[in-house]
Design a binder for this molecule. Sequence first.
Ligand SMILES: Cc1ncc(COP(=O)(O)O)c(C=O)c1O
Length: 385
Amino acid sequence: MNAAKRTSTFTESVIREMTRIANLHEAVNLAQGFPDFPMPEPMKDAACAAIHGDINQYAVTWGSSALRHAIAEKYRRWYKMEVDPDREVTVTCGATEAMASVFLALIDPGDEVIVFEPFYENYGPDAILAGATPKFVPLERPNWTIDADRLRQAFTKRTKAIIVNTPHNPSGRVLTRAEVSLIAELCVEYDAWAITDEIYEHIRYAGDHHVLATWPGMRQRTITISGLSKTFSCTGWRLGYAVAPHAQTTPIRKVHDFLTVGAPAPLQAAAAVGMAFDRDYFNHLALDYRARRHVLVEALDEAGFRFSIPEGAYYILADFSELSDMDDVTFAKWMTQEVGVATVPGSSFYHDKALGRTMVRFAFCKKFETLKRAAERLSTLRSVV
Ligand SMILES: Cc1ncc(COP(=O)(O)O)c(C=O)c1O
């Protein structure tokens, strides 16, 4: 018996394969986008207290009241955005589940969904699960900007939604006010949804974080997705959320209920503690990542890679064409084996694989000692390539 056709184009994550090779060669793993340092102590304590306090049964399907209120309060405090915690918030198992639930709740088979490339790997499979037709719009190198004409041409009367990820994985780009305004204008003109992925909202080195839902005319046509994984260094907790108008929250909650019933109850209790942290925590997070970025930027520069310095998130998408003629997959495997640093081949972030053939992605969400070890190894690259 065959598996369902919809899975036929799904591939095993390249990141997992690179991790397997990295382990085999004891390479420094800069492929995976998760921190190798601990999350905040007060949240760990709150999680333990919740478990010992017997918060161990199903939470309310769309999220505990405390966490939904903490999320709404955070949007008010940070972005002056009024959110109704009872009618507009759905807590999910990570931003990943939020995105899948939103696709399944709002997109019909045959609808077109605009996706910028390079993209975070999950958007393609999400579109396939929903039967949507993704339309890819490349961000323009070298600085990963949006070409207004190209974006305009991608919108048609079949466009149902656009996925907007800022700060951006894998390029590190933070969209400008003008770019966000253009997206808003096109969504209004074509009556399309904006589905945002703002998981790196607090990891920024330049530019403001623009919340599309706060743009004139956009609140009623934007689904704002974010989560705890990156802001609180807890990718294993699997906590995210979608903020949407009530009419759309209703179907999103239904899909979420059927997919997962709910997110982990004791961790939701601890998440509410983190959401209420004061600004110092968030400022410190960004400063800390700025210092980690510096270590990797220097190392890649000296090693001879070409790249634009990330404005946000914790990745560098680097071009190696001045170092080697190999393709990206061969180069990534070679570098893992011979230099001892694992990365993700650039083509895994593109639908048009040719566009990523000369690039690899480095993640710098790692301890300073891990990054320095990687830097030492990268300093040998030119002598072995
Ligand atoms: C752009 C983007 N969105 C979502 C996720 C996953 O988020 P979560 O852990 O909340 O599912 C990642 C993880 O790397 C990401 O880079």
